[in-house]
Design a binder for this molecule. Structure first.
Ligand code: GUN
Length: 367
């Protein structure tokens, strides 16, 4: 009996050890399976995010194409008759802003509140005015804004930490760092830190590269606004001689690229350009972005040309002046944008639209 007792005990022991081993194996296998399942889940979620992003980039692409690659109405075959009244500029800007407001309302109807974070480092008086304008337009379009002010002495690390915080915040759709920055901060490092999907300025290398290669992206607001201004006149850009004065990363270079994408023959002029006057006088479309008050004089404007003045220069008189001598140029041009009140408000309207698009994209909805 003892044998049987012992035997059965042995069997029990063996069974117990085996059961314990089996449990251990199962636990390890379970852990492994859980890890595999978790990894698969993360991969699935990432793929879903990528798919949603692609979908929304496509939606953004349609907007890009319709806004910036669509021809002006065929009926208006050439540069239209003079529209020198600044009311026309106002109408173009109001229309763009109304679109942004309608998009914000459509998002809100889906339970999404679009939000733009604007960071201002330091006390640059012009930047303060620009930031105030952006925040005001957000309010008027139904877009939430966060105005974040940081002192002139802010370090690059502090600014990058703030950007990282906003990048991780799902309720923030757009991040804009007002330029220029104090000299201790590397502008490129800051722009690189903004995730492309929240880069509503269109300055990040990804968006710049996508624009250059004709892919859907966030377009930089001032050049996009220039194109919209030109098209608001009924002018067909295709086949026109377009001259851009200035080659900054914010305006000159991207404006030239967008005009090229619309099949203009584009010349970029800068401080080393010979025969500047002659080149400008041959322009059907002249975009002035030099940053020098009254630089473009009447004799540099082709009769009937569309003149877009991007300059905002504070004169000794304390007033704002464009890069174009308005009095002289407006006597020759077919259309000319005023300063203030022309490109500036249109730039902000484009920023509003980029913000609503960012919110739509990040939430996987089309507007
Ligand atoms: N400073 C002058 N123009 C701009 C702009 O379009 N965006 C930013 N972030 N800073 C600027």
């Amino acid at each position: 009996m003892a044998f049987f007792d012992n035997f059965s005990k042995k069997v029990q022991d063996v069974a117990f050890v085996a059961a314990e081993k089996a449990q251990q194996v199962a636990a390890v296998a379970g852990e492994k399976a859980n890890a595999v399942a978790d990894k698969a889940k993360i991969e699935y979620e990432m793929a879903a995010e990528r798919r949603s992003m692609d979908k929304n980039y496509r939606a953004l692409g349609e907007w890009y194409v319709s806004t910036l690659e669509g021809d002006a109405p065929e009926a208006v075959a050439d540069i239209v008759a003079a529209i020198k009244d600044s009311q026309e500029n106002l109408a173009a800007y109001e229309a763009a802003k109304a679109e942004a407001a309608a998009e914000a309302a459509a998002l809100k109807a889906k339970g999404i509140e679009p939000c733009l974070a604007v960071i201002l480092v330091g006390e640059n008086p012009a930047s303060q005015v620009y930031v105030r304008g952006k925040v005001k337009d957000c309010g008027e379009c139904g877009i939430k804004s966060l105005e974040l002010r940081m002192p002139e002495t802010t370090t690059q690390e502090e600014l990058l930490a703030k950007i990282a915080e906003l990048a991780a915040d799902k309720t923030v759709n757009g991040i804009l760092v007002q330029l220029p920055l104090p000299k201790q901060i590397d502008e490129h490092a800051v722009i690189d830190a903004i995730p492309p999907e929240k880069d509503v300025d269109g300055f990040s290398p990804v968006n710049v590269g996508r624009m250059q290669t004709g892919q859907p992206c966030f377009l930089p607001c001032t050049p996009a606004g220039c194109i919209r201004m030109i098209e608001s006149t009924g002018t067909k850009i295709d086949g026109k001689n377009a001259v851009v004065i200035g080659r900054s990363n914010i305006v000159g270079k991207p404006a030239a690229l967008l005009l090229l994408a619309k099949n203009a023959t584009v010349t970029v002029c800068h401080s080393h350009t010979a025969n500047l006057k002659e080149i400008c006088a041959n322009a059907d479309i002249l975009v002035a972005a030099v940053g020098r008050a009254g630089f473009v004089t009447g004799d540099m404007v082709k009769p009937g040309a569309v003149v877009i003045d991007v300059g905002i220069n504070r004169g000794a008189d304390g007033k704002l002046h464009g890069d174009v001598n308005f009095e002289e140029a407006s006597a020759v041009a077919g259309y000319i944008t005023p300063v203030p009140g022309g490109v500036g408000p249109m730039t902000r309207a484009m920023l509003m639209k980029n913000t609503t698009q960012a919110a739509a994209m990040q939430n996987g909805v089309a507007i």
